[in-house]
Design a protein around this ligand. Sequence first.
Ligand SMILES: Nc1nc2c(ncn2[C@@H]2O[C@@H]3COP(=O)(O)O[C@H]4[C@@H](O)[C@H](n5cnc6c(=O)[nH]c(N)nc65)O[C@@H]4COP(=O)(O)O[C@H]3[C@H]2O)c(=O)[nH]1
Length: 869
Amino acid sequence: MPVNPDLPAAQGQDLSVRVRRILIVDDSPAQTKFLTQVLAAQGYGVLVSQSAEEALEQIAELSPDLVISDILMPEMDGFELCRRIRGLDQMNSLPVILLTYLNDPTHVLHSLEAGANYFITKPYKTELLLSRVCALLHGGEGCCQVRDNGEVVCNYYGSNYEIKASKGHVIDLLLATYELASEKNQENEAAQEDLRKLNEELETRVAERTAALNDTICELRQEISERESAEECVKRLNRLHSVLSETSKAVAHTKDRGSLFHDFCSIAVDQGCFKLAWVGILDQPSGVIAVAAACGTTDYLEDLTVSLDVGASGNGPTGQAIREGTQYICNDFLGDAVTRPWHKRGAAYGFRASASIALKQEGHVIGALTLYADKKDYFDQPQIELLRQMGADISFALGNMAREERRLDVERALLEETTQRMNEQELHEQRVEYLAHYDMVTKLPNRFSLMARLGQALELAKRFSSRLAVIFIDLDRFKNINDSLGHHIGDRLLFQVAGRLQDTIRSADIVARLGGDEFVVVLPLINSNISAAHAVRKIQQTLSQGYTVESHELNITPSIGISVYPTDGETVQELMKHADLAMYHAKSAGRNSYQFFTQEMNLTVQARLVLESDLRTALERDELMLHYQPQIDLKSGDVVGVEALLRWRHPVRGAVAPDVFIPVAEDTGLILSIGEFALKSACEQLALWISQGLGPLRMAVNLSARQFKQSNLPSLLADILAATGVAAHLLELEITESSAMDDPNSAILHLRTLREMGVKLAIDDFGTGYSSLSYLKLFPVNRLKIDRSFVRGIDTDSEDAEIAAATITLAHNLGKEVVAEGVETEAQCRFLKGQQCDILQGYFFSEPLSAAGIASYLAANRRPPTLVN
Ligand SMILES: Nc1nc2c(ncn2[C@@H]2O[C@@H]3COP(=O)(O)O[C@H]4[C@@H](O)[C@H](n5cnc6c(=O)[nH]c(N)nc65)O[C@@H]4COP(=O)(O)O[C@H]3[C@H]2O)c(=O)[nH]1
């Protein structure tokens, strides 16, 4: 690439160097633009003229340094322009380069004639053009220079060539070259023309092929779309087939119409991909078609009116299908006139086609099922055939259901009739049974029933070795009431007596009417004769209350006889006979009384009842008091405590032993108030002794099983301790081994509560019960009291001795002290001392003493002499 020497080489050099200007003359704007860019890029100033005339003006006016001109121009060609320039006065030496196409060698000659400095054939290489421009502007005349000797120096791409040939020779060569070049050019043009034609041909062929291809593509598209729509049809058909198959299954297993309709709608939407499926049932009188089941976009059906009316609401697919009893296909839901009332609504839900199939039941149209699809022309012939089949299947099922319903109705009616008959029969049998076992006047079991039940109760009593009482009741002077007021009143009275008897006895007891004014009560599984006596007294008391029968105020009393198994008989007959006999004794003894079968039992029970009654008043009458028995520490010989023991001084019978009255108190529940009295009195006495300087002493008080289980015991104790001011640890509560083992788990909880209060605890009569060692470990007690029955024989009976010794070892191993009670002899004392027993109690030291007695005992005899050694 030639470098423009007119431009400054570097900064700081003289900027006044003139820029060379080149005038381009060409009527083609594209050529001019290209040339301008090439020259401007080299730093030349560029002037442009679109005609030769304009160029001459510019040359005169602007004096360019070089002219590059096209040859072919409309008004004046490049040769003429060159000639005119050479004819100018001032600018006749202005270098001119002519641009020409290489198709006519005469152009060369014309150029030379016109005085052009150089000509370049188009298309030209820009490097060649620039090299010529550079040579003409800076190297003199042109690319060649003629020396004085006639030699020519030719500059070609910067290299000089000295040419010695004559001018004519050179022109010949130039023309020959041009001719050759022109020929080549023509050949080239011909080849180009051929190529162009070939291209044209090719393009035509390509266009033809493209058109053919487009046709093929169109055909293919058409084929694909046809295939797609065929596939879509197959898919739809398949879906409908699966709907049909599922419908068949539903038809087989569904038992009622509602479920069948519902199943079908779900199948149509889920498997058939319909947008909505619904079953409308025709209400015959009104002609309205009500929705019985629907699935899919069911909102569409809201407030929708479809009827059998031939007007608008009945002209749709559903109405028509029902009216015609066939199917109605609407393949253009939004365009069809019959669906006009639903066009807007259907469009909102995307419905484009719908089909309705009439549903028949045993030949009668009962409604229709209607399906909505999202594509126009959805239903084709095969589909319509399937829909028809589906309708037939459902109609078949409906027929079957109707027949089955009728069959069931008949069956139900038959069953009801049979059941009613059976019920009547059963009621009749029950009535017979009732009459056989119950007394009609009192509704109580009758004699027959009583004997059976008594027999069973007796078996149980025998099996459990328990007692059983038969109570024979006869109403005194009942005959008078019957005779004076009539049987009717008598029966009403008997009914009331029966009611009172039932209210009095427990549910497990038996009450029956033998007949007339005779009743029998059986008490199965009683503990003692006293229990029977108590029940009898309750019966006697209840029956003796006044009665009101139809405005008659009546009074009646019972005479009662009691026999007890096993003492009074071992069979039902014996016990009944003896109770009856006892009742006669009661009657002869003056009525309104009761008698046991044996005199001995009468006496025992009588005595016991008297004792109970006396004990009830003993507390109020201040007949109960406490005695105290000292407890001696074996190591020190000191009196460390006393045991409080109840005493009853009966005004007539004298002293009654606790062994006699405590069980009575326990049976009657009096033990709770008596026990409270004992606790309170013992604490008051201890407080008094302590205040008299006789303490500190521990006071042991016996707790009965009932007291021990009483929930308010801790609060009662707290009250007593607070009221008397006795420190809790000075009070020891003794519970018997049997009451602890009665319910060991709750005993542990009760004992823990008491222990937490600070009181001491002891297990009384240890060895007489059946303590489990595992429980003994868990009982939070401080002491075990070896029962006096073991102490009695420790020096004579080796077994007693072993039991006592084992108890002491066991207690010590469990961290508990041992008290031996009932110690009567020195030998017993020595044995117990040898076994490391902790505390002794018994007649050997002192029998239970009154409070005053203990005071003197303590004062006089703090350390018993026998134990000192
Ligand atoms: N053979 C003999 N007996 C001796 C000897 N030393 C004391 N005893 C007697 O042994 C009994 C010891 O009382 P227990 O085992 O708690 O047995 C008591 C106790 O279970 C009950 N009891 C007494 N007072 C009360 C009480 O306040 N409340 C309760 N719930 N029961 C009490 O009555 C049972 C009998 O009491 P008691 O007749 O006073 O009989 C007392 C006492 O007098 C002796 O050396 N030889």
